[in-house]
Structures are given as C-alpha cells and as structure tokens.
Design a protein around this ligand. Structure first.
Ligand code: NDP
Length: 284
C-alpha cells in the first residue's frame, strides 16, 4: 500500500469555542488507536456557518461537532438526519460520507449510555427533566425513544417547555407533560429519574443550584446533572444527602465523544482513556 501523508480532519465549530475541551479527549483517543486523525477547534461566527459547512466539503473533512450557536441552524446545510436529530431539530455532530453530510445528535445518547453504565435503564421509567434548552431536548427525546413511560418537563420559560412537551407527544410514543417552574417547585411524586439539564451550576457559577424543593427528592430516585466539570455540583450534593443515587455529567460528555469517535473512524473508542484525559483537564 502506498504511503499517505494526508490526515483525516474533524473538529468543532462554535462561538464561543476556545474553552471547549472535546478536542483534548478526541486527539488522545486518535493517538491511542494509532489513527491519523486531527481534531480542530475552530471559531465559526453565526453568519459564517454556511461557508464553514462548504469548507467541510471542500477540505474533505470527515466530520464536525457543532456547538453554540450552530446546533439548529446547521440543519439547512445537511443532506440527511438521524431520527433523534430530526425530532429534536438539533445536531451536535456531522459525518461527511463522500460529500453527503449526515447529522446526528449524540448528546441524548451519551446521557443514556452513561446511565446504562451505572445499571440504569430508562425504559418504563418516569423521568423529570429540569430545562427545555438544547441539552434538555436531546435528553428528553432520547429517553422517549428509549421507552420512558412518562416525561415531565419543568422549565422557567413556559412557552419553551410546552413546545418540547408537544414535540415529544406528537413525535414519540412517550407521554409528556409540562410543569411551570415556580420558586421551590416540588419534584413530582413517583419520579424515577430527575435530570438537571439547565445551565445552573455551570462553571464559574458553581455556587448556584436549581431552585427546587430538595426535600421532595427521595432515596429511590436517580438524580443526574449535565454539569460535567464539577462532579460534586450543589444540585447532586443535595440529592446525595437525601439518599438518591447520583450520576454527574462527565459520563455523558465522554460517551457522546465516544459515539462521535466511532461514527467518524469506525473504531471503538477508548472510553476509559477519554474519561481520564478529561478528569485531568478539569483537575478532578
Ligand atoms: P440552553 O441555553 O439551550 O438551555 C439552558 C436551559 O437552562 C434553559 O432551559 C433555561 O431556561 C435554563 N436555565 C438557565 N438559567 C436558569 C435558572 N436560573 N433557573 C432555571 N432555569 C434556568 O443550554 P444547553 O441546553 O445547550 O446547555 C445546558 C447545560 O448543559 C450547560 O451547562 C451545558 O454545559 C450542559 N451540557 C452538558 C453536556 C454533557 O455532555 N454533559 C452536553 C450538552 C450540554 P429558560 O428556557 O427558561 O431560559
């Protein structure tokens, strides 16, 4: 076989993007598996997304991740979508198959895998999601597709919350309901899984936690947080103090990265190494 000096290119388009840690774990994984791939963290402004997606084709990039503010607007530049991406209307990763761009949303799948690895299956469960933004949409749609019995969305902005509920009710078999976020809102009785999918508690605001009634959390609930750079978020601390099993957002971040790795390279990702690399990066 003749030698190739050409690397396969992948990367992340976003703004802001400088502090996005994904490249560190993907590059470490490429090295570990001996793959000649390069991950580029690229500043792409909102108005330049179309040109940047033309660039994916022009440079024959293998794919990209999309982050703020591109996850929804990128859909117009794609040729095809996965089921989850079609339902949520948001894409966090693209695969370039010989010039045909396919969009997927691996955030929700990463969430499900991180729960499975803790022995938790969402099928038949009553799931409560705090938030209705990008992460909440990905998590709740994927839980619905995985057979959750009931999904309750609690969100500050009622219109956004209601929209997500009608999306789940119209496009999946799960039954969803909306609860308005009043101060100190109760976690509904009989909740199996409570997921914080708001940005409350995100670094540097680690002294904040969602304004819910923590005394309504019980020891039979599983409580999860999307926040990944603080495994001991105040939110999870309150849940742990009430005896709940807790799962932090690091697993979700690693697992979505591992799915992206597999979709781009066809090779199973070295998940443990990726976790270790991120732990080191976040000083955990
Ligand atoms: P969005 O901006 O799309 O959504 C933010 C959500 O948080 C909205 O529902 C918003 O409510 C809610 N919110 C913000 N402030 C408050 C508050 N003070 N009280 C109650 N609700 C509030 O962000 P994303 O969904 O993209 O990201 C959310 C979080 O998830 C971020 O911290 C992000 O880092 C994390 N994330 C983690 C991932 C992982 O792999 N672990 C993957 C993706 C995201 P409203 O609609 O009322 O404004």
């Amino acid at each position: 076989m003749s030698k190739s000096y050409r690397s396969q290119l992948v990367g992340c388009f976003g703004n802001p993007v400088d502090e996005n840690p994904t490249g560190v774990m993907e590059e470490a994984a490429f090295r570990e598996k001996g793959l000649d791939f390069r991950y580029l963290t690229v500043l792409v402004r909102k108005e330049d997304l179309g040109k940047a997606m033309d660039g994916v084709r022009a440079f024959n990039m293998r794919g990209v991740n999309l982050t703020i503010p591109h996850k929804v607007r990128v859909l117009q530049y794609l040729d095809d979508l996965s089921e989850a991406a079609r339902i949520t209307g948001a894409v966090n990763m693209v695969v370039n198959n010989d010039g045909k761009l396919w969009g997927e949303n691996t955030d929700g799948k990463g969430f499900l895998i991180s729960l499975q690895k803790e022995g938790i299956d969402v099928s038949g469960k009553r799931v409560v999601v705090l938030g209705a933004g990008g992460a909440a949409r990905a998590i709740s749609v994927e839980c619905a597709l995985a057979g959750a019995e009931r999904i309750t969305i609690i969100n500050r902005n009622p219109q956004r919350g209601e929209e997500l509920v009608s999306l789940i009710n119209s496009k999946t078999k799960a039954s969803a309901q909306f609860l308005p976020w009043v101060d100190g809102v109760d976690v509904p009785e009989k909740t199996d899984i409570l997921a914080n999918a708001t940005s409350v508690g995100l670094f540097p605001n680690t002294d904040c936690k969602p304004d819910i009634c923590y005394d309504t959390i019980t020891d039979r609930m599983v409580v999860t947080d999307v926040i990944f750079n603080d495994p001991n978020s105040l939110f999870l601390g309150e849940a742990k103090a009430r005896g709940a099993k807790t799962v932090n957002g690091l697993g979700m971040l690693v697992e979505q990265g591992a799915l992206n790795f597999k979709l781009w390279t066809g090779v199973d990702a070295p998940v443990e190494l990726m976790t270790e690399v991120l732990r080191k990066e976040f000083n955990l």
